[in-house]
Design a protein around this ligand. Structure first.
Ligand code: PMP
Length: 391
């Protein structure tokens, strides 16, 4: 029998199945495990947003939306981005996408020619590597462990000098999954200065912008608007992961070109969910604030607990992840440590090396889970670590 998988797009064989999912599925089957693997809010979507969706159904909004999204949603998104972050995109510079995920895919596929290089600072959300590979591009992974998990102007300049003219795009994700680090306006300005007037796109994934803690969120788009492609959405800000609504923003006429991939991939996103997202970014523009306060309290609790156990952590200033270094007297293989901790310690945290170079010896804990679970999880972790130390 012919093995038809041999005849698929060759790029696919370079895409690895998600080790994070494999680990999460393994952990989920362990009775009483406290789960810190999830990358989605534990909150429910605010009620007024649900009501907007119900109204939309009752009003028979059951037809195709315009390809780039309903005007109301794009207008609300435009006002939201300008009011919150001084990001200036007119409604015709915004595409409503199937989650931030489709926005990233559309941007990457639209930009890359085969062989083009994309700088991806690591540890990273793995999706960018998969999308770049599918598009025939070449991910250039830049380990940021020595620079506080941030791409610095020096690292960027060095990488550009080494990789030559082949670099077409730089991916920046802030607040970051998996590290929770954020960039200050000075840091973004300095990166913009390196990239300015070079034929390089900055793909900025700002899906966690509303979950930015100790300082206001700033965007590279403020300093490098012509070269920035902005990806954001309501998944994290409004606890709407299952509604699948994201935003892709770029200056005209770029957006007209990006829209071709969007249209021929999905036509348009569901009209009902767009009406819900319009409520989120309109009347619900501050819905994230109480959730953000809850995340801050959880972060602080976990940070203290980890610190007491000798796990070093760069204090996360956004998103809902803590990336922590396994204490040096314990097992240093993060994958082994994480599997053993889940099985014997009943705490599930994702091995740091799953997020690329620089993640070795780390664990990612998501605190998008209740304070009661967090307390139990930290007690379990303490018990496990003490048992290991006593052995
Ligand atoms: N970017 C980052 C950094 C993420 O963590 C996630 C979700 N885990 C996404 C994009 C995808 O967002 P969405 O659910 O809106 O597709």
């Amino acid at each position: 029998m012919m093995d038809m998988t041999n005849y698929l797009n060759r790029q696919l064989s370079g895409v690895k199945a998600s080790a994070i999912l494999t680990f999460a599925n393994f952990a989920q089957q362990i009775p009483n495990v406290i789960n810190f693997t999830l990358g989605e809010p534990d909150f429910n979507t605010p009620d007024h947003i649900k009501q907007a969706a119900i109204k939309s159904i009752n009003d028979d909004h059951s037809h195709y939306a315009p390809a780039n999204g309903t005007l109301t949603l794009r207008q609300n998104a435009s006002t939201f981005l300008a009011g919150k972050y001084r990001q200036h995109y007119t409604p015709d510079e915004i595409i409503v996408t199937q989650g931030a995920t489709e926005a990233l895919y559309t941007a990457i596929v639209s930009v890359l020619n085969p062989g083009d290089k994309v700088i991806i600072p690591t540890p990273t959300f793995p999706l960018y590597i998969a999308d770049v590979t599918v598009a025939g591009g070449q991910p250039v992974l830049v380990n940021t462990a020595a620079t506080g998990f941030k791409l610095t102007p020096e690292l960027l300049t060095e990488t550009l000098a080494r990789e030559g003219d082949g670099v077409k795009m730089v991916v920046l994700n802030y607040p970051s999954n998996p590290t929770g680090v954020v960039y200050s306006s000075e840091e973004l300005k300095a990166l913009a200065d390196v990239l300015r007037d070079k034929p390089i796109f900055a793909l900025c994934d700002e899906i966690y912008s509303e979950l930015h803690y100790d300082q206001p969120h700033v965007s590279l788009s403020n300093y490098l608007p012509e070269q920035t492609i902005l990806v954001t959405g309501v998944s994290k800000s409004h606890a709407m992961t299952g509604w699948r609504t994201g935003l892709l923003c770029a200056p005209q006429p770029l957006i007209n070109e990006l829209s071709k991939i969007h249209q021929f991939t999905i036509t348009s996103t569901a009209t009902v969910t767009q009406d819900a997202a319009a409520a989120a970014l309109g009347a619900g523009k501050d819905d994230a604030l109480p959730m953000r306060d809850a995340y801050v309290a959880r972060r602080d609790y976990i940070l203290t607990a980890l610190n007491e156990l000798g796990f070093k952590t760069i204090k996360p200033n956004g998103a809902f992840y803590i990336y922590t270094k396994i204490a040096s007297d314990l097992e240093q293989d993060d994958e082994k440590f994480a599997y053993d901790l889940a099985e014997k310690g009943l705490v599930a945290a994702v091995p740091g090396s799953y997020f690329g170079p620089g993640g070795e010896h780390y664990l990612r804990l998501s605190y998008a889970t209740s304070m009661a679970e967090i307390r139990q999880g930290m007690t379990n972790l303490k018990d496990y670590v003490e048992r290991q130390r006593a052995e």
